[in-house]
Write a protein that binds this ligand. Sequence first.
Ligand code: CA
Length: 541
Amino acid sequence: MRKKLSALILCFAILFTGCAQTVPASGRAISKIDDKYKTFYEVFVYSFCDSNGDGIGDLNGLTGKLDYLNDGDDLSDSDLGIDAIWLMPIMPSGTYHKYDVENYMDIDEEYGTMADFDNLISECNKRGIDVIIDLVINHSSSFNPWFKEATGYIDECIKAGKEPNASECKYFDYYNFSNTLQSGYRSLSNGWYYEAQFDSRMPDMNLANESLRADIADIVDFWFAHGVSGFRLDAVKEFYSGNPTKNIETLTWFNSMVKEKKPDAYLVGECWTDMETYVKYYASGVDSFFNFGFAQAEGFSARAAKTSNKGLTAKDYAAKTEYIQQSIVAVNPNGIDAPFLSNHDMDRAAGYFSGDNAMYEYKMAGALNLMMSGNAFIYYGEEIGMKGSGTDPNRRAPMYWDLDVYAEGMTKGPSELKGVTQKYRPVNEQLEDASSILNFYKGLIKLRNMYPEIARGTVDNLEEYTTESVAVLQKTYNDSKITIMINVSAEAQTIDLGDISITSADWLYANPDAKGKDSVGKIKKGEIVLPAFSLVIVEME
Ligand code: CA
């Protein structure tokens, strides 16, 4: 370690004094690496952007908004900067959310056509955006022809007075039928029952059936041919409810099947359970599983970002980031964490915070999420602090492009949506405000794009510096090391660096309008001062 501060420090100190911009202005260029590490944006097409005036979001609407997400120009700061999209289900379905699929090889007509999808993919490719789609194979719709064939066959058997047999109708074995009532089963009203853990319209499928597996492989081929980069796997915990071993076996089959077709495909599974249990699912080879432990109001990110009644601190967050990464790679050395703040099944994160510092705390929760290793996910509207809680429709409210509900592209949202009032400004106003949540999110994503170490690095919680207010994480990727310091408190925090010198620094301030001597980060000999609600990425010697 060098005793003397380098000339560069002086340089940075001058550069940053009195310069409280939101988007980092110096440091490295955007670094594009062709691998599976991305910053994802979850889109509920229904509520995102309407292109044809029926009030329902559609694929062409999303395509029209791609420049908002990523304009393909690394040098521009006008776009959010994400480089991957997760589309919630887009296949034909009888529900607004479309988690019950009637046909696995088509687009729901509310959303458009296969040609619209191909155009979306083509426009995403131009911008360097990968697209993964929701694949719901735990269950189908009860209106899926497979289920209708099977139940029709059972009716025939009852009439003919014979036992159903899959050798006569293969679809009989695509689902779990029984002539006695069992837990999680629903009545067919002909004396037979079928397993449907979620809803009577969502019959569970028998994923051990070889013929069904062959159909699923064809479905995977179909979507790869249409340019998807991978899949988000719904409800993997319910493949065999209560039987993780069989779930992992099924996922191992699915992962191998997919990777044989497309070795660089990316898969992320929804396994909504405790940290110790879901980590075991990495044994399947599936690249990622959503990290529910850091999500929601009770998760490590949101609670560490609260300045009062928090329960968990920056210290807990920092320790857990290291713990979860070690836990994942212990099971699968190629496993990729998939952190997020909230998704379509939970209350939106802006509602987790209240009081005078609510917006700063919310921004810092976003920072804690986006500074995590792995593939961080952003739920549409999170980047502008959209609210929505209580019911699923409320959590899936229309993307708030404009104050005017009749403005171009605005959707009407799910029919049962009610009582959602937005607290923060719409997209078009936040774009113009340097201190907006949106511009802070842009800064965070830009940091992820500038520093490949953030997503890809091995994380070390630097316990000698980390406090209840400041998480200090070192990330090592190949031969490169960066240190991320995140001050989640409402006061400036000083970190004693001893004789370590800092050679570069990129700052982000959640409250760039703060006045006073501590509103701008300072690097002095032997110490660094982090303003309230700020983060800095430094390289040290
Ligand atoms: Ca529409």
